[in-house]
Each structure stands twice: as C-alpha cells, then as structure tokens.
Design a protein around this ligand. Structure first.
Ligand code: FUL
Length: 470
C-alpha cells in the first residue's frame, strides 16, 4: 500500500503541480452567447420555406382577405411530396405560411371563418398543417410555422381584442402538431378590413410561443431567436455579427439595413437567417414557371448566406395542384449535387497543423477533426495557424468556423499561401462566426497560413477545411 506519509513532501508537491498542468484551461465566454437551441439551429444551415394559400390560385402576392375561400382548392395536394423533395434537396426542415396577410388559415381554426374549412379542398375537411407536420416527422425533418399577425380578413383586427385572437391561433398551431422548431413572425403591419392598424403585443406573442414550444427559435426583425437579414435576396453581410442590440430592434424596424451586418458588441445573440424565393414571387404563379433561379444564382446565394454564417431559408412555392413543380425540384436537386460536389473532398484530411500558441487542452489538431464542438483556443488576438499538406495541393476555397458557444470574437483574418519560397496573402476578411467560406483564385501549394489579425478576445476556432470547388 502506498504510504503517503513516507513520501517526501517535495515529491508530493511536484505531483500535484504537474497534475494541475495537465488540466485543460478554462474557456471564458465573451459577450453574448447562443442558447442551446440556437446552437442546434445554427447546425441546420438550410431549410425550406413554403408560401401556400389563396394567393397560389389568384396570381397575387398579398391577398386582401376578401377573396372567396373556395378559391383554395389544390387538386392533388401531397405534403409527402414536399417533404421527400426537401429531404432529397439536403434541407433540414420546412416552414409553412400557416396564415399569410390575407388571414386565410391552412388549418381549421376555431378563431376565424377564413380557413381550409370554408374552402372547396376536401369539402372543407382538410388540414394542411396536420398533413405537413406528419410528413415532416415521417421524413425526419423539422417543422416550422409562419403566422402573419397582419390579418386583412379578421373583423377584430385593429382592436385590442385581436391580440388575444392571435394568441389563440398561436395556441392552435403550436399546441396541436407536435414539435415546432421555428416560429416565423412577419414584420409587415398594414390595415385590416376596418381600415385600422393593430398595436401588436409582442411580449405576449413571444411568451405564448415559449409556453407551447420552449425550445422554438422565434424569427423576427429583432429575434429573439434569429433575425431577418435585412433583405429578401438571400445574402448575409460580408461582415456578419451574430449579436444584436435586440432591445432596440422590433418587427417593422425602420433601420433594417443594420440587420445585415448585425451589431458588433450587441447585447443578445440573434443570428441572421437569409430568406429568399427560388422564383421572383413568394407565391406560385404559372407566369414564373420559366423564371426559377439558375443554378449559378443559387450557388452564389449559398456562398452569400451559409458561406457568411447565416442560415438559408429557401422558398419553394407549391403550385395549384398542391405539389412542388418539377422546374423547382429539378433545380433543387442540381443545387444539392453542386454543393455536394464542391465540398466532397476535404483537402486537409491528411494535413498537419501547427498553431503559434494553443491553450492547454485545446490543440490546433481539433480544427481538422470535422467536429465543430471541439476547439483550438489561442492566447491573444494575433494568433496564427499553419497547415502543412503531405504533397502540393490545388485549392480555391477555405471553410473556417468559430467556437461560437463562447461568443463571436474574430474581427479580421487573412489567408496566406506558400508560393515561390514565401507566404503570399490571397485574402483578407472580417468576421468568421458560425461558418465562413472564402473563395479565392486557384492556388497550388503545400502549406497555407491563417492569421487572426484582430479579435475581440482570444480566438477560439472550431474547424478548418479546404477544397477545390467548381
Ligand atoms: C414579407 C411578406 O410581406 C411577403 O409576402 C413574404 O411572406 C415575405 C417572406 O415576408 O414580409
């Protein structure tokens, strides 16, 4: 048996000190940080938006709420086809316009007379939310809802009573269809049928969402879960802070240009979601069957949204049969194939990596393991990393991720490529955030360097990969 009393005190002390030296450093969070639900939300990257309702049949984008509900009559509606398409497209979920500004409810709401119940579809017996939530579960997709507070049909719109009507509708949508990953609140606020505008009770609306779905991400201009990116083209800012002074941003925020870069040093974690339609309009129209975005346009959106740390919410307007049109689904499959091809071969897989400094327990090797929850942590804002390839490679794309669990830190970084006996800078950029994909002219090299030029606190990165993308 070990006799501790017989051990020289000095030896014991050395043992204790050296044991302490092996313990990993403690990483301190910096500024606003994401919640567990927000961290999971970042990992979704890409999901489908579906605009569907009376507008699908009337060639308008904003119905007036006085349309005959009988116009809603899809002849072959099949939510399993939507879900199968989303799944094959590589998307992680579907968000549906349960109610757009015309007030028409895609479920038989007890609080409206402008719903699927009054429509011709299935003799008023149908429920799109039921069919879609079931299909999402079957295909392993997340289910989300868009619910417009602006209601151009409801007789109580523009009176204080309407807020309770909206809360009741939220209760139906969030209480009866299983898990809802995202609640989408549109900032548009116009007049109702009585010519009055509504004073929305956002605190009540948000509390209602959390009451029914505590883990849901609430989208609006100012979050609190995620924010509108400030445009409907699908592009995040080249500089993209996940933080926002959320108390000063509200749905319908007039200075919406600020939402593109976010607020550096913002008080809350409210990351950007990039919404865009695959066609010129949000709703289906036969006039746009030949105007589906090109593969090139979609790839550019991919790099401008996901490649700048935003999530991509791509709208696919379901057609008058209640199906995704072949022109859209063919393009979605081409898009998936192009993304898969671009990122199929990670060139760092046999490379070695060296950091200027690594905190104990956070070695640079963690950056090459394709796990974005293992980190490299540096000691100062000016750290650098060198990646050595076993033989020369050809690359034009670098993907970098920050350990956002601890806050967003990097403000500027550069990429150098070893050429003609020295490092040459090929790119300088600003923020990294959840994910940053940098494209540059094709280079041949056997080692590259990443220099963190400015960081709000000691940098913590989560991953680096390199590609030769088309
Ligand atoms: C906007 C709406 O007015 C559009 O019709 C569409 O739903 C878009 C996603 O949000 O605010």
């Amino acid at each position: 048996m070990l006799n501790l009393s017989a051990m020289p005190k000095l030896f014991l002390l050395i043992m204790i000190v050296s044991f302490g030296a092996c313990k990993p450093s403690v990483l301190e969070p910096y500024g606003a940080t994401p919640s567990a639900s927000q961290l999971d939300w970042h990992d979704l990257n890409y999901y489908m938006f579906i605009h569907f309702g009376p507008n699908t049949f009337t060639n308008v984008e904003w119905g007036h709420g006085d349309e005959d509900p009988k116009v809603f009559n899809p002849t072959a509606l099949d939510c399993r086809q939507w879900a199968a398409t989303a799944k094959q497209a590589g998307m992680k979920g579907i968000i549906i316009t349960a109610k757009h500004h015309d007030g028409f409810c895609l479920w038989p709401s007890a609080y409206s007379t402008h719903t699927v119940r009054e429509s011709a579809w299935k003799n008023g017996q149908g429920d799109v939310l039921r069919e879609l939530s079931d299909a999402c579960r079957e295909y392993g997709l997340k289910f989300g809802v868009y619910l417009s507070p602006w209601d151009r049909n409801h007789p109580q719109y523009g009176t204080p009573e309407y807020n309770q009507v909206f809360v009741n509708m939220l209760g139906e949508v969030l209480g009866n269809y299983g898990e809802v990953f995202e609640q989408w609140f549109d900032g548009a606020n116009g007049e109702g049928p009585n010519g009055k505008r509504q004073e929305y009770d956002w605190v009540l609306f948000n509390n209602t969402v959390y009451k029914h779905q505590p883990n849901a991400i609430i989208f609006s201009d100012g979050g609190p879960g995620c924010r509108w990116v400030g445009n409907e083209r699908g592009y995040a800012g080249e500089t993209n802070w996940c933080t926002l002074n959320a108390d000063s941003v509200f749905p319908g925020f007039p200075n919406y240009e600020e939402l593109t870069p976010g607020h550096e040093d913002g008080t809350h974690w409210v990351p950007a979601e990039c919404d865009v339609s695959i066609r010129p309009g949000w709703f289906y129209s036969p006039d746009t069957d030949d105007k589906v975005k090109s593969l090139e346009a979609l790839m550019d959106i991919y790099y401008g949204s996901i490649g700048r740390g935003g999530n991509l919410l791509l709208n696919i307007p379901v057609d008058r049969r209640g199906l995704i049109h072949p022109n859209d689904s063919i393009r979605l499959m081409e898009f998936r194939e192009a993304i898969d091809k671009a990122f199929a071969d990670n060139l760092v897989k046999n490379a070695t990596i060296k950091a200027s400094f690594s905190k104990r327990g956070y070695p640079a090797e963690n950056l090459l393991d394709e796990n974005n929850r293992t980190y490299w942590a540096a000691d100062s804002g000016n750290a650098s990393l060198e990646i050595q390839f076993p033989s020369p490679i050809t690359l034009n794309t670098l993907l970098v991720q920050e350990g956002i669990e601890y806050g967003q830190r990097v403000k500027a970084f550069a990429i150098d490529v070893w050429k003609d006996g020295q490092y040459q800078e090929v790119e300088q950029q600003t923020t990294i955030g959840y994910k940053r994909i940098i494209r540059f002219e094709t280079q041949e090299t056997d080692h590259i360097r990443i220099r963190i030029l400015e960081s709000k606190a000691s940098p913590i990165l989560a991953g680096i990969s390199a590609y030769l993308a088309d």
